[in-house]
Design a protein. Structure first.
Length: 136
């Protein structure tokens, strides 16, 4: 299982290392130590925490988006891999963004995709919309 040092984990969550340390000290996220004895977070724990953080990010009912656009590559953590005999569904949590990719099971197996791994969601689309909601 991948292990991320505090600075790496904080970058993946989009927060400062100090914030992540405070969350760990407060019991909000479980930590471990890496091979060098430094404070770290297990990849699967980090992926689950990123999902919980995104779900409570205030982007739901009542939140106002004033401008929005995205780039095409998002670094994040694999939060779930579902395989059947032919296809695989891979979910990546990149900050508050959740990406779902469908690919062949063979490709998922060759890449060794498992929850907690660092991955990049590369998005290529012929249509990209940009929305700016009305300000009340």
């Amino acid at each position: 299982m991948p292990i991320f040092r505090i600075k790496e984990a904080a970058n993946l969550l989009g927060v400062s290392a100090d914030t992540l340390r405070r969350w760990a000290d407060g019991g909000r996220i479980e930590t471990t130590t890496d091979a060098s004895g430094r404070l770290a977070v297990d990849g699967l724990t980090l992926a689950r925490f990123a999902q919980d953080l995104a779900a409570t990010a205030g982007h739901g009912e009542g939140a106002t988006v004033v401008a929005h656009s995205v780039r095409t590559r998002f670094s994040g953590l694999i939060s779930r891999v579902t395989r059947d005999t032919v296809m695989a569904q891979v979910e990546i949590q990149a900050g508050p963004h959740r990406f779902v990719s469908l690919l062949s099971r063979e490709a998922a197996d060759e890449l060794g995709l498992e929850p907690g791994m660092l991955a990049v969601a590369a998005v290529k689309a012929t249509n990209v919309s940009v929305e700016i909601p009305r300000i009340s």
